[in-house]
Design a protein around this ligand. Structure first.
Ligand code: 5RP
Length: 273
């Protein structure tokens, strides 16, 4: 890796620990105004300084995040399909490399749909993006998106992650599964996990802990943070697992205590002073 690539990559995966807490708020690019992300500025504001990096599209970055923020940006540059359209896998590259540089992106993110109708197109997108990223020293995060008919098992996810790494992705995002260690072992670049659909907080913390135990380098988590009733408490609990190796019980206690404090402060505003 050259200096620029290494420098940007170190803003995404912490070099001392090899871990990361990436906050995903890119869902609107195909889902529209998803629950609790209807107003991205409001959702992002309290979480921005608690995330190691923020994953989003250029539209939400420009409209909803202060340009004075120091949080590294993972720019989603694939899209072109929607939840009501023909096929979710029919994606193209929607943001140019020049625009990504202007926006000071630390990393580029793109979905691949292995086993889907548009597999070839999405793998070509990834190869093209890696070529562009290499020119300018910008790493690429490959998102192994799963079609409705695809099993989320170690065989399939391992296949998708390995292909992403072979095509040059610098980091890969996938889902945790049974035998996840095999997925990580078969992928020569760091693997991070998506949170997926909203779970009870304790379950989401368990998922985080299990993924790290099985070799994940961290999380790219969205709904399990900002759809929580206490997103700030939740991201702090996730951070403590990823960066401080605390147990799930300790993290859940942290979540409950921070949530209680917030509700006490709401009831008695004078307690803040
Ligand atoms: C959407 C994405 C999301 O960023 C990813 O799935 C992480 O979010 P969540 O934790 O809510 O699953 O790539 O395509």
């Amino acid at each position: 890796m050259d200096w620029g690539m290494k420098n940007r990559f170190s803003r995404i995966i912490k070099p001392d620990s090899g871990r990361c807490v990436m906050l995903a708020v890119d869902h609107g690019y195909f889902l529209g105004p998803t629950e609790r992300l209807e107003n991205p500025r409001e959702t992002i504001r309290p979480l921005l300084n608690l995330a190691d990096s923020l994953m989003l599209t250029r539209g939400v970055l420009r409209s909803s995040v202060s340009a004075e923020s120091n949080t590294p940006i993972v720019l989603r540059v694939s899209g072109g399909s929607s939840i009501v359209g023909e096929d979710l896998s029919k994606e193209t590259i929607i943001t140019s490399i020049e625009e990504a540089i202007r926006l000071n992106a630390s990393c580029l993110a793109l979905s691949i749909f292995v086993g889907s109708k548009y597999e070839y197109q999405t793998l070509k997108n990834l190869s093209k993006l890696v070529n562009e990223g290499e020119k300018y020293g910008i790493p690429v995060l490959a998102v192994t998106a799963v079609g409705k008919e695809m099993a989320r098992d170690a065989r399939y996810l391992g296949l998708a992650c390995r292909i992403a790494a072979e095509l040059g992705a610098h980091v890969v995002k996938t889902y945790h599964c049974l035998d996840f260690r095999k997925v990580v072992d078969g992928c020569p670049v760091p693997v991070i996990i998506a949170g997926g659909k909203k779970l009870a907080e304790r379950e989401a913390l368990q998922l985080t802990s299990d993924a790290l135990r099985d070799g994940a380098s961290g999380v790219d988590m969205g709904r399990n943070i900002w759809q929580s009733d206490n997103p700030v408490a939740m991201i702090n609990a996730v951070r403590a697992i990823v960066h401080e190796n605390i147990t799930v019980n300790q993290a859940y206690d942290l979540y409950l205590n921070m949530s209680k404090m917030k509700s006490a402060m709401r009831k008695s505003p004078s307690a803040r002073t």
